[in-house]
Design a protein around this ligand. Structure first.
Ligand SMILES: Cc1ncc(COP(=O)(O)O)c(C=O)c1O
Length: 498
């Protein structure tokens, strides 16, 4: 056996183990037609399932849990060491040289990180009061810049033959030139949370650096699906300056957000958050902020367990190799798109695969069916968990829907019919994948969508649209309480054996 083959079979074994250990894969639910079915989880872009390895490692840590800001006792020393490992694991995972880059954890996922970046860099370089983003951004990589800067330019996307593609580097470069000397940074998502389209972040970095701007990559969707190398490129202009990622999208529970950034960008400016743990000394009339990273950016007691959980997931992914994982997932997403594309009345948003690469997610609609109805039927009759609506990326979703409506325009349609068509498609259905998904999941999705598309009226007859616009089954009800209730579990625990 060659070295590569033996290495690949080791990776395959580890990946199979990780997959098998994912929590909740075996869930079954009683469905609207009275049958029971295996839950197929296709909502990893919202939050991934949790991994058994993460649960087990965290469980072993918990008896040692203590605050990292204490150094006097054994458990605190252990916690401090493990928390430091979490930082170095995050740096390692995104290929950032620890001599030049720092990592710090924040609350509320990538959103917390991006807000921190926006607030800090607006103060660090106030003369640079413009941010360039793209039309594709999640609100979390758009609104923080709008709130903290004089202007945010939303650069258009490549207009490919088959639909909107990736971020258009030439248009970003023009915006940089137009606002020469004023652009603080270019903020771009690594992977779209709507279409899964992968952006050329290193080309964008080169463009930004040519104009003295930095680049911030929103890696909320990228980190779990695509290999990331922030520093060490042959051409240093291709290095990335700042990256934000989110634990709950990388197989770790809850939402520890992580920021990895060039130290120089966060040095020499008052940290955005102040409090315990980030000062060298405090007097009644003044305080001295420490120069040390990550301490100066982590005021207060951090989410120690969250950071260790995230680092455990990153370690596991890194051990298997993100190139390997990305190649496996690429086959899966291609298969899902190819199957969906064959179904009559299904529209898939974004440029076709040949024109740009995708990772993790695909969004679609069944023509003539409201996105909420499609998602509800997928859940209630097929136990396929997807998400619908606009995925916190309203401008992007609106652009793609308008484009599609334009294609459907028929001059014979009345205004009412046009209105109804627009209303029906004011959102999309998104299927998204994680390492635990297999070909059979993509096939099950395509089978279900094919069946729904062929029986629209029959399914629609079982649903009513509520005032909130969402569709609900007229007779079938789901009661979550028998499955899990924290209060009931707590009560049972207290009474057990007592
Ligand atoms: C591309 C992208 N950026 C940012 C976010 C925000 O992440 P979080 O909810 O972890 O703050 C999301 C969440 O869906 C996302 O998909």
């Amino acid at each position: 056996m060659s070295e590569k083959t033996s290495c690949d079979s080791k990776r395959a074994r580890m990946l199979a183990k990780l997959r098998a250990g994912a929590l909740g894969l075996g869930l079954t639910h009683k469905l609207a037609d009275g049958k029971s079915g295996r839950r197929i989880y296709l909502d990893s872009t919202a939050s991934t399932l949790q991994l058994g390895i993460v649960r087990d490692v965290v469980q072993k840590y918990l008896p040692h849990y203590a605050n990292t800001h204490t150094s006097a006792h054994f458990s605190a020393k252990l916690s401090t060491r493990e928390y430091a490992w979490a930082h170095s694991m995050a740096l390692d995972f995104v290929g950032a040289d620890a001599r030049d880059y720092c990592c710090f954890f924040v609350g509320s996922g990538a959103t917390g990180g991006i807000n921190r970046v926006a607030r800090t860099l607006a103060r660090k370089r106030p003369e640079r009061d413009v941010v360039i983003a793209t039309v594709m951004e999640h609100h979390s990589n758009d609104l923080p810049h709008r709130k903290n800067f004089a202007k945010v330019v939303h650069a258009p996307l490549v207009a490919a033959e088959s639909g909107f593609g990736a971020a258009d580097v030439a248009r970003i470069e023009s915006a940089l030139a137009e606002h020469s000397g004023r652009v603080n940074y270019v903020a771009v998502t690594g992977v779209s949370n709507v279409t899964g389209i992968i952006n050329p972040v290193h080309d964008i970095a080169e463009a930004a650096h040519r104009h003295g701007a930095a680049i911030l990559v929103d890696a909320a969707q990228m980190a779990a699906h695509v290999p990331v190398q922030m520093s060490g490129h042959k051409n240093p202009a291709r290095d990335l300056d700042i990256l934000c990622m989110s634990g709950h999208k990388i197989y770790a529970p809850s939402s520890p957000g992580a920021v990895v950034a060039r130290r120089e960008l966060f040095a020499g400016v008052e940290p955005d958050e102040v409090g315990g743990g980030m000062v060298d000394d405090v007097h009644l009339d003044r305080y001295m902020v420490t120069d040390k990273f990550p301490d100066r950016e982590e005021a207060g007691t951090p989410n120690i367990v969250g950071a260790i959980a995230l680092a455990t997931a990153l370690y596991a992914l890194k051990k298997i190799g993100m190139e390997y994982i990305a190649a496996e997932e690429n086959e899966l997403i291609k298969a899902a798109i190819a199957e969906l594309a064959k179904i009559k009345d299904v529209v898939i948003y974004g440029a076709a695969d040949a024109e740009c690469m995708r990772a993790g997610a695909v969004s679609f609609n069944i023509r003539g069916m409201h996105h909420s109805l499609t998602a509800a039927v997928l859940n209630d009759y097929f136990n396929i968990a997807v998400r619908n609506a606009c995925f916190c990326a309203h401008p992007y979703v609106r652009e793609m829907i308008s484009e599609d409506l334009g294609e459907q325009m028929d001059e014979n349609l009345s205004n009412e019919e046009l209105e109804a068509l627009a209303e029906m498609q004011r959102g999309m259905v998104r299927a998204s994948f994680g390492i635990y998904n297999e070909r059979r999941d993509a096939a099950a999705l395509a089978d279900a969508v094919r069946h729904i598309a062929a029986n629209k009226e029959e399914y629609a007859s079982h649903y009513r649209q509520g005032e909130d616009g969402e569709y609900a089954h007229t007779t079938f009800r789901f009661d979550s309480r028998p499955l899990f209730s924290a209060r009931d579990e707590a009560q049972r625990w207290l009474e057990e054996g007592g």
